[in-house]
Design a protein around this ligand. Structure first.
Ligand code: SF4
Ligand code: SF4
Length: 137
């Protein structure tokens, strides 16, 4: 049976180093949410990714995501898919040591339902689901 990880919003994943990549659609949604034009959003909150492979969110000098505000995400309702998908659709070896999500053994159907609810995407194993690696590349 699959394991569904229930996020506890500890914000560790908003603080560790690494890219939070953002697509054009995500930029458009976040810009509207913050009342900015897309260009203003890009100028204020994004940076070029390694080898110019698109854009990612900027980090604060202490390394946390530019949108982390205390324990809250300033773009929570429209946050990037990479944030929504962790740790159920992508993760890394040993992530349980730094992520406080609570594991639940659930049926395959329940896993798909929960993942779809959380990420807005069909769960893994469905025809249009992406591979976990796609979310990080
Ligand atoms: S590290 Fe895990 S529990 Fe903490 S906010 Fe991220 S997904 Fe949720
Ligand atoms: S966009 Fe929000 S959820 Fe994603 S890393 Fe930044 S603060 Fe965390």
């Amino acid at each position: 049976m699959p394991i569904y990880y229930e996020c506890q919003r500890c914000t560790a994943c908003c603080r560790w180093p690494g890219d939070v990549k953002v697509s054009d659609d995500e930029i458009a949604r976040m810009a509207v949410y913050l009342g900015l034009s897309e260009q203003e959003f890009i100028d204020r909150y994004t940076r070029l990714r390694w080898f110019r492979r698109g854009l990612s969110l900027q980090e604060k000098p202490n390394g946390e995501c530019v949108f982390l505000d205390g324990e809250d995400c300033r773009v929570q309702p429209v946050k990037p898919q990479q944030c929504r998908a962790f740790p159920n659709l992508w993760n890394f070896p040993g992530f349980e040591k730094v992520c406080e999500a609570i594991p639940h053994r659930v049926s395959a159907e329940e896993f798909q339902r929960l993942v779809a609810e959380k990420t807005g995407e069909p769960g893994p194993g469905t025809a249009s689901a992406g591979r976990p690696g796609d979310l990080r590349s």
